[in-house]
Design a protein around this ligand. Structure first.
Ligand code: HEM
Length: 175
């Protein structure tokens, strides 16, 4: 067997379809390993830090400041006189969200009547709601109690705010 023949045979071996496939697999695996190493080194953006809990009673006018447009992005809303921190549900209530109309507002009437709108009254006593509507608002309130932290009470005109302790771990169902 001549030398030229041997070289051709080796080259043929190397470029045989099965070897090409194997080389391709090896290259692919090496690429994947390098890629995964690179990815694990790259810092994934940490989830946004939850805002510190707040406990305070607010007037309707004060509540308006918490519509998610402030720098901290906090969103509060009230149902049946209880104010909830719904910042976690920002995709619902944040600016441009489907329920942004409730952000920083007393949402009782809207949730009771199924209208995504909040009254701009100084204080809506919702005394004209039907019993079905009241029941609906109550259900929403229960849902919020399950899901969100309580901030405080929505103050009627003339009411004074409660003093809450600084205890941040206040039980959300304490009210
Ligand atoms: C065509 C009618 C509606 C559809 C298809 C719809 C659909 C939805 C969906 C898919 C969610 C998200 C649920 C989740 O991911 O947990 C949601 C949330 C919500 N919906 Fe609706 N909705 C409708 C009407 C209404 C109406 C009329 C109101 C009240 C006036 C309302 C109030 C809400 C609220 C407050 C939330 C957020 C609840 C939370 O904070 O967890 N929706 N809706």
């Amino acid at each position: 067997m001549s030398e030229t023949e041997q070289t051709v045979t080796f080259w043929d071996e190397l470029t045989s379809p099965i070897n090409l496939v194997l080389v391709a697999i090896i290259v692919y695996l090496v690429y994947k390993i390098i890629q995964s190493k690179f990815e694990s080194d790259v810092e994934v953006a940490p989830p946004p830090k939850p805002l510190p809990k707040i406990r305070k009673d607010l007037t309707v006018a004060e509540l308006k400041n918490y519509d998610g447009t402030q720098p901290d992005g906090r969103v509060l809303l009230a149902v049946n006189g209880t104010i909830f921190d719904v910042t976690r549900g920002k995709r619902f209530y944040g600016p441009g969200g489907p329920y942004a109309a409730f952000a920083g507002k007393d949402a009782t009437r809207g949730l009771a009547t199924g209208e995504v709108a909040a009254s701009d009254k100084e204080y809506d006593d919702v005394s004209d709601l039907t019993s079905d509507e009241i029941a609906s608002a109550k259900e929403w309130e229960e849902q919020f109690r399950e899901k969100y932290d309580i901030v405080g009470r929505l103050l009627k005109p003339g009411e004074t705010p409660n003093k809450y302790s600084d205890d941040e771990s206040e039980d959300k169902k304490s009210q």
